[in-house]
Ligand binder design. Structure first.
Ligand code: SF4
Length: 326
């Protein structure tokens, strides 16, 4: 690990101003950043610690939703009674992520900003456009079992690793940010994470000199909430495919559905066409097939990850059957 300076921020604006300077990294839980520093994927000249900022509250909003401070730990968010009762999909997604020790440290803001788990991104001897723009992508012809089947580009086929963000995408969360002038703004989570295109090194809509201060959830939509994660191990493993679903149904008919997918794309993935196909439709195999066709429109594998396409179909069937069971 290379030497770096360390300071604590006294305010979010001070932290945002520091983050504007090249080589400066914000640290909160550090559960991803410290690994990246040990491997020299990240080599910051300075760390600015935001752990003492008052961003660790979960508050009710006047609209009937929740405002989650950026420093709320994943374990605290999963255990909050309001989250468990009204946003069960989020609580379950959080508990499906990482390990208990990591969830105790990892923060809401940091979870959104975690980097891909592509093996080649972490190996500085291998070409990787995300780590070293223009160097190539070792995963394209390499070991790509965990990589994307939707939303990828010739420059990068990495997936986003978060479970929490998948549930937040289904819940239409908004990300609150503040810049170095103290101006706050809100980014819908659908626009927060970017597809790689020709610039896979730019992963989010966060601009230099902006930091996340909170995530807000609108009031919970009606319906049964499920988070299903398919992975190689029962714990402490990233999703091969995950589905966050909120399905409102009665007497064998679906009124409305929201679904977000993890493990498939460089960002939590949603298909408006799939959700439209489920609205006011009978809860049967033909309907589920149409929804899966819509989700997987344009999907293609790279050899090692071809299995994700049929796995997504089966997982979606199972989730829709569970959420529409009378
Ligand atoms: Fe790098 Fe993306 Fe290719 Fe992985 S998939 S090696 S992160 S460019």
């Amino acid at each position: 690990m290379k030497a770096f300076s360390y300071q604590r921020a006294d305010s979010a604006v001070q932290a945002a101003a520091a983050a504007f300077r090249p080589g400066v990294k914000i640290i909160a839980g550090g559960t991803n950043l410290l690994d990246l520093m040990k491997l020299q994927v990240e080599a910051p000249s300075a760390l600015v610690d935001i752990n003492r900022l008052p961003l660790d509250k979960i508050e009710d909003t006047s609209e009937g939703g929740l405002r989650i401070g950026a420093l709320v730990r994943n374990s605290d968010l999963a255990a909050d009674a309001r989250v468990r009762q009204r946003y069960g999909v989020l609580s379950r997604a959080l508990l499906a992520g990482a390990s208990a020790q990591l969830r105790n440290k990892a923060t809401t803001g940091g979870n959104l900003l975690q980097r891909t788990r592509c093996y080649y991104f972490y190996d500085i001897t291998k070409p990787c456009n995300k780590r070293s723009p223009g160097s190539g992508c070792a995963a394209l012809a390499g070991f790509n079992r965990i990589h994307a089947v939707l939303g990828a580009s010739d420059h990068c086929i990495a997936t986003h690793p978060s479970d929490m963000a998948v549930a937040m995408r289904a819940l239409d969360a908004n990300v609150e940010v503040v810049d170095r002038q103290g101006v706050t703004s809100t980014i819908p989570i659908a626009e927060f994470h970017r597809l790689p295109g020709t610039t896979p090194e730019i992963e989010t809509a966060l601009k230099p000199g902006e930091i996340i201060t909170a995530v807000t959830l609108p009031p919970p939509p009606p319906g049964a909430q499920v988070y299903r994660k398919v992975r190689d191990r029962a714990s402490y493993a990233f999703a091969l495919v995950s589905v966050a679903a909120i399905v409102d149904s009665a007497q064998g008919r679906i009124r409305s559905a929201r679904m977000a997918f993890g493990g498939l794309a460089p960002k939590p993935w949603r298909s408006p066409r799939a959700e439209q196909s489920l609205a006011n439709a009978p809860a049967n195999t033909a309907t589920f097939n149409r929804a899966a066709d819509a989700v997987l429109e344009g999907a293609h594998g790279f050899g090692g990850n071809d299995f994700k396409i049929p796995l997504t179909r089966r997982t979606l069937h199972s989730v829709l059957a569970e959420t529409t069971r009378a």
